[in-house]
Design a protein around this ligand. Structure first.
Ligand code: X8Z
Ligand code: ZN
Length: 611
């Protein structure tokens, strides 16, 4: 599902079905283009490269789909094979692209695409057939290890991540939480050596393409010099940090009341198993423990969905209906036939939610083990956002068939999810009475437990990876570094001493899955920026946290206009086209939550905040 240049979730690959010469027109090895560095050859080279990558990409994409839906030894090998062919070609083309570096007079699109060919590979391989194969095998193996992961209790009962996550969400028994938390982390120690080798190989590949390490290569995909990107992240994080710290302070106090200050010391980081989520990245499940007491009771969307007898399909249909109300065309019939919506009982699959675009045209699919609850209702909108983006840019050429930057891809469905307001739920018949403004704090607290709690996690995963890629620590230091950063950014700590072989980063999907993570941090900033603009377009004059763009075709058109651009323009231009702003701007998220911030600051008076 991940496309290399366009990977926004896992492993997607692009395809060009038009304006392309067939493969047998190719006359020379590699791209098939005479390698004299002329302007004309540069154009031809890009055209051929797009064609070839599209072909190989689609094959790898289909293999990857089958593998993730049916994890076996055989499918692992087939997927690794296809991926290794694809990576080898990508690397060859990236090297060839460099030949056109110094020629003048190349048009803007061709230059942009030459750069994308060089820097857009998520996991480059060294130019050595054996190493390329080795790397693809490792990639497939790690993905399968995560997908098959489970923890067996002493009574012989074995639970997968879905069930262990239910315990993290629902239990208030520290011992049960601790066992589920530790249990899932037994899946990852066997990944550590494989991961270390993968880092070594990918760094070698990155170096051959002229990057100091893989982290620099990842940071080169933002239409700015790679060394400026971390500064940009620091700026954004600096703006939202006071809000996170206020939330952290309140949540820690409430957890202290629930579990006692012995377990939750009131001047230090929060133990990571008490926050309602396997990675302490989304705290919405502990809402009842931290809810503003004086506000009207918040509605419980999970309970409503269950009471109304919703199933996985109904939930996805509701998501589709939202996009239809904005003027987006319905999903194709094949979406319903080919997607995976429910965890199969009889085989291993990768349950982590993802969206696919198999033919880069309209073979859209999601793959998700949907549970009937509010969290998955949100995730469905997230995934559909990917699908509608994919379809919107399907007329762009291969290399432009992705989002303006990877944060944009992650932000679209999340933007729509902000429109799941009480008013919207009433409109679609899920809520009888819309709470008045006194219910706003409850709504904002729920959203903050999801979106604000996430911010430092969204940032720290790649802070860890960038240091690993840069060689700042070897495998023996992986786990300590992970917890240093967890504490520094999130103010959470491991609930117990970590075993010597622990590899806790491997227990988070995107590390064995090799999916860059900063995109989700960016998406959290962008989704509020998009929402603010779309609400303005929709003419909504109320508070932005009450605005739903449901049914507003003008907002839909403006959103679609940006989605259709794919990556054809630098992201500041695309952002400007929608919002009028050229910068990612944290004021939108801060304004959205400002009433909650006032309330949190009052609650926190007299408390010692920070860790
Ligand atoms: O991985 C995802 C999506 C697929 S792109 C379900 N997300 C991150 C995560 O689960 O860790 C969405 C939020 C962050
Ligand atoms: Zn996503």
């Amino acid at each position: 599902m991940i496309k290399t240049f366009k990977r926004f979730h896992i492993v997607l690959l692009p395809l060009v079905l038009f304006a392309c010469k067939p493969m047998d027109d190719v006359t020379v090895a590699g791209s098939g283009v005479d390698d004299k560095p002329t302007v004309e050859n540069a154009v031809k080279f890009v055209e051929q490269s797009e064609y070839q990558l599209a072909e190989l990409g689609q094959e790898a994409e289909r293999m990857s789909w089958v593998y993730s839906n049916f994890i076996t030894e055989d499918t692992e090998k087939l997927a690794a094979n296809a991926s290794s062919k694809f990576t080898a070609r990508q690397v060859e083309l990236a090297v060839e692209a460099a030949k056109f570096n110094d020629i003048e007079g190349v048009d803007g699109d061709t230059r942009r695409k030459l750069n994308m060919l060089r820097s857009g590979i998520v996991i480059p391989a060294p130019r050595d057939a054996a190493k390329t194969v080795e790397q693809s095998k490792i990639g497939a193996k790690l993905g399968g290890m995560y997908g098959k992961g489970e923890y067996c209790y002493a009574n012989g009962e074995c639970l997968d991540l879905g069930h262990l996550s239910d315990i993290m969400a629902e239990s208030r028994d520290p011992a049960a939480l601790l066992e589920a938390w530790n249990g899932w982390r037994k899946v990852s120690p066997p990944m550590k050596d494989l991961y270390a080798r993968q880092v070594e190989l990918a760094n070698e590949g990155a170096a051959e393409l002229g990057f100091s390490d893989l982290g620099t290569m990842w940071r080169s995909a933002y239409d700015m010099p790679p060394e400026e990107f971390p500064t940009e992240l620091d700026r954004l994080w600096g703006e939202v940090k006071p809000l996170y710290e206020a939330l952290h302070c309140h949540v820690r106090a409430k957890l202290g009341e629930e579990y006692g200050a012995g377990l939750v010391p009131q001047d230090g980081p929060i133990p990571a198993h008490l926050l309602g989520n396997m990675w302490a990245q989304d705290w919405s499940n502990i809402y009842p423990l931290v809810a503003p007491p004086e506000t009207v009771a918040a509605y419980d969307l999970s309970a409503i969905l269950k009471e109304r007898g919703f199933d996985a399909i109904n939930m996805v249909q509701a998501g589709e209906a939202f996009f239809s109300s904005l003027g987006f065309e319905k999903l194709p019939e094949t979406f319903w036939q080919r997607s995976l919506f429910v965890k199969p009982a009889d085989r291993d699959v990768v349950c982590h939610a993802s969206a696919w675009d198999v033919d880069e045209k309209d073979d859209l699919r999601i793959k998700m083990c949907i549970k009937v609850n509010a969290e998955d209702f949100n995730t469905i909108h997230h995934e559909l956002g990917h699908n509608y983006y994919q379809r919107a840019y399907n007329k762009e050429s291969y290399l432009y068939r992705t989002s303006a930057n990877d944060g944009f891809h992650e932000a679209v469905g999340d933007t729509i999810a902000l429109s799941i307001t009480p008013e919207y739920l009433q409109k679609i018949g899920l809520l009888e009475n819309v709470p008045d403004a006194s219910g706003d704090l409850a709504l904002l607290m729920k959203r903050a437990l999801e979106g604000i709690a996430f911010l430092p996690f969204g940032l720290m995963v790649d802070q860890w990876r960038w240091k690993v890629f840069a060689g700042e620590t070897g495998p023996e230091g992986y786990n300590d570094l992970w917890w240093q950063l967890r504490e520094k950014y999130q103010g959470v700590k491991a609930p117990n001493e970590r075993p010597a072989d622990a590899f806790d980063p491997g227990a988070k999907y995107h590390v064995p899955g090799n999916t860059p993570y900063t995109r989700y941090f960016l998406a959290r900033i962008l989704q509020f920026q998009f929402h603010r603009t779309l609400c303005e377009i929709a003419g909504d004059e109320g508070p932005v946290h009450r605005c739903s763009i449901y049914g507003n075709q003008q907002a839909g058109e403006r959103l679609n206009a940006m989605l259709e651009m794919g990556r054809s323009e630098p992201w500041p231009d695309e952002l400007e086209a929608l919002t009028g702003q050229r910068n990612m701007d944290a004021t939108a998220i801060l304004d959205y939550f400002s009433p909650l911030k006032v309330w949190l600051d009052e609650q926190n008076q007299g408390r010692q905040c920070g860790w």
